[in-house]
Design a protein around this ligand. Structure first.
Ligand code: PRP
Ligand code: URA
Length: 209
């Protein structure tokens, strides 16, 4: 079974409060999502492999460590996942970025795929799929299906807010994919929205209705 990590760092929780607040406007919402994505990226990259190199400090020759150059690809689920991309790239600027376009049919709540574009060397990359919301889990499961269908074998999923229902669905469908979240909320409401949640992430990020 996959592992679930909840990043309850005080800075993340503080910023998440203002992200949730319905009085927070588009500009501030976008900035806060970006900042939380950076903070989460710091945690999610904790296990990146290092290699030893030798350098000269002003004092002496020293053996020290640098990143081993692991190939990472970030994959936002369109649209709302886009809001987390720049924040993650601040810490791993060399990552490639793929895109998976899905929207949730408002009647059935089932995800509908409309776009997939990935880096070419899918098998060699570690993928980080990002989306602010994990609600029923349908979009995350479908996005990861799309990645695996194209050969991806090493995948993590990162979101801001998850419902317990979505976590369970994702874990059952993809037991090999670890899940990284900033907050695990209470439940879904009858429209498939996370409670207390933050509302519609895409609409709040892009100022649409
Ligand atoms: C939202 C969100 C997730 C999905 C989560 O996207 O960004 O992708 O819903 O819900 P689920 O876990 O029940 O599938 P939405 O379908 O609203 O599309 P958008 O990002 O284009 O607004
Ligand atoms: N998608 C959102 O944007 N918000 C939710 O609460 C659930 C799905």
């Amino acid at each position: 079974m996959s592992r679930v990590y909840v990043f309850d760092h005080p800075l993340i929780q503080h910023k998440l409060t203002y992200i949730r607040d319905k009085n927070t406007g588009t500009k501030e919402f976008r900035e806060l999502v970006d900042e939380v994505a950076t903070l989460m990226a710091f945690e999610i990259t904790r296990d990146l492999p290092l290699e030893e190199i030798e350098i000269d400090t002003p004092i002496t020759r020293a053996k020290t460590k640098v990143l081993a150059g692991k190939k990472i690809a970030l994959v936002p689920i369109l649209r709302a996942g886009i809001g987390m991309v720049d924040g993650v790239l601040k810490l791993i600027p060399a990552a490639k970025v793929g895109h998976i376009g899905l929207y949730r049919d408002p009647e059935t709540l089932k995800p509908v795929e409309y776009y997939v574009k990935l880096p070419q060397d899918v098998k060699e990359r570690e993928f980080i799929v990002v989306d602010p919301m994990l609600a029923t889990g349908g979009s995350a499961v479908e996005a990861i299906n799309a990645l695996k269908k194209r050969g991806a074998v090493n995948i993590k999923f990162m979101c801001l807010i998850a419902a317990p229902e979505g976590v369970q669905v994702l874990q059952e469908a993809h037991p090999d994919v670890d899940i990284f979240i900033a907050a695990l909320d209470e439940k879904l409401n009858e429209h498939g929205y996370i409670v207390p949640g933050l509302g519609d992430a895409g609409d709040r990020l892009f100022g649409t209705k």
